[in-house]
Design a binder for this molecule. Structure first.
Ligand code: BG6
Length: 490
């Protein structure tokens, strides 16, 4: 269990706090992962009493938490640590109440000044808030101070760099915890273990034995209530710049020298340095974009993206991206990495498929006269697990071959922690391993920027796909050109 701390949550009346942060804190508490003394200061623009705030936390836990409230006594023990401060975060004068709530806690319990600042607010406020934290003396701590921020960090390299420079006037790199919640997912963290704790995979994990890799993050939801953000962001910035490239780094990185944060970050950063950059002139060959049209999902009619609330009726925003990527180093030379993500697709699924090369000579054939490849499938969400597709003899047949799956399910017997539980816990204990380093963010933007520019100039078409489908035709052509196909998600 960690030392006592205070956590200031800016944006405590917002969606992220409600859906993810309060439920995660409650799970940590119920799993005895929080210290006896801690203080949560929720900060918002709306007037609320401490009591009203605590009730809002209760509602959020009841609606969204993995672990439910079963006894009132533990709930009271938990919630008494929550207080609320109203503040206009842009106004430096608004911070005095936050300060007195924290200092009151620290002196009452005689605990070290360990402070976490969680910015669950729009990124254009990151610089202002970290500046105001400094001018108010909140950052003068004898213990630690840490800043937790969410993606998107900027909308391109230049804006991300500016934010980074500004927050670094108050916090150093070692004090900045940039959340990419995919890195908090159990099975994303498991990629390293599968690779580096099993002697059967590592020898095969290279261009000699791997034909291609496919990374899918598909969603059935549409833009929902987020058009104001999403119609400017698009899937490239929303999903590819962060989550998909993070999964790519986990699959491609070299074994770290030790299981230490710096060693792991170094290896991940090297992957992005080896990632082949596409010029605006090359984008059309390797990256496709799509936008959903009306369709039927789970038996319900759904509207086209352009007909969604608050979306421009001529919007060129992509809700789908597929790309063929190459990591130009000795391990991965020539191996295509196909990534795709989209809204309103056929299923909600995040998974990684490693497709192995075929046997040098086929002695056996299935009924289509070919031998299917071996696959290692890492399922991340909603099912968590791994399975391997192997070829075996069809029972009773004359050497006919069928594929079978050897399966392991990670979340079948008991629920696994939510991404935010492990990430908040890591921030409290000071483990930055599963947070993104500034160099990862900046290199990812440098890869993304030319693609964005090519699309903004409309150098390549925006393709359309029916809601409930697996993206536009062009996404299938991208693989067919190499003699590959997308494996259906499991
Ligand atoms: C977020 C994106 O980062 O990830 C959303 O902003 C997306 O658009 C979400 O829906 C997907 O996360 P998950 O955990 O549901 O796969």
């Amino acid at each position: 269990v960690s030392e006592p701390f205070s956590m200031v949550i800016f944006g405590a009346t917002g969606d992220l706090a409600k859906r993810k942060l309060f439920p995660a804190l409650f799970s940590l508490y119920m799993n005895n992962l929080l210290p006896d003394a801690f203080r949560i200061v929720g900060v918002g623009r709306t007037q609320r009493t401490h009591e009203q705030f605590r009730q809002a936390v209760r509602d959020s836990v009841e609606q969204f938490a993995r672990i439910k409230v079963t006894d009132e006594a533990s709930w009271q023990q938990f919630i008494k640590n929550f207080t609320y401060a109203i503040a206009d975060v842009k106004n430096p004068e608004g911070y005095s109440e936050i300060k007195s709530l924290i200092e009151g806690f620290e002196s009452h319990h005689d605990v070290p000044t360990n402070r976490l600042f969680y910015l669950a607010i729009a990124p254009d406020l990151f610089a202002t808030v970290s500046h105001n934290i400094k001018v108010n003396g909140l950052a003068n701590t004898k213990g630690y101070k840490r800043l937790i921020i969410e993606k998107p960090i900027g909308h391109d390299y230049a804006s991300a760099k500016e934010i980074d420079e500004q927050i670094k006037r108050t916090f150093s790199e070692k004090e900045i915890y940039r959340i990419d919640h995919y890195l908090g997912k159990e099975m994303v963290q498991n990629i390293n273990v599968i690779r580096f704790a099993n002697s059967i995979f590592e020898p095969l994990w290279n261009h000699h034995y791997i034909e291609c890799v496919q990374i899918t993050a598909s969603e059935t939801v549409g833009v929902e209530e987020r058009a104001a953000y999403y119609d400017h962001a698009g899937a490239l910035r929303d999903m590819v710049q962060n989550h998909l490239l993070q999964m790519l780094m986990m699959v491609c990185m070299e074994p770290p020298s030790r299981l230490k944060t710096e060693a792991i970050h170094d290896e991940k950063i090297k992957v992005l340095r080896s990632l082949r950059q596409y010029s605006e002139a090359e984008v059309g060959k390797y990256v496709v974009r799509g936008q959903y049209q009306a369709g039927v999902l789970n038996g319900k009619d759904t509207p086209a993206y352009r007909d969604e609330k608050n979306v421009d009726s001529a919007s060129q925003t992509e809700t789908f991206v597929a790309a063929k990527l190459f990591v130009d180093n000795l391990r991965w030379a020539g191996v295509p990495f196909y990534v795709r993500t989209g809204k309103r697709m056929g299923a909600k699924a995040t998974e990684i498929v490693i497709q192995f090369k075929e046997m040098p000579k086929n002695l056996y054939f299935n009924k289509n006269n070919d031998l299917g490849p071996n696959l290692l499938v890492i399922t991340i969400n909603p099912d968590e697990g791994i399975h391997m597709v192997l070829n075996t003899k069809k029972p009773g047949s004359d050497n006919q071959i069928i594929p079978i799956a050897m399966e392991f399910c990670n979340n079948c017997e008991q629920g696994t922690p939510e991404a935010y539980e492990s990430l908040i816990h890591d921030a409290i204990i000071g483990d930055q391993t599963f947070f993104t380093h500034w160099e990862e963010v900046s290199l990812a933007w440098e890869f993304i920027d030319p693609i964005r520019r090519a699309w903004d100039q409309n150098l390549y078409p925006l393709d359309f796909y029916e809601s409930g489908s697996w993206g536009p035709e062009s996404a299938h052509r991208l693989l067919a050109e190499e003699g590959h196909q997308w494996w259906p998600v499991t």
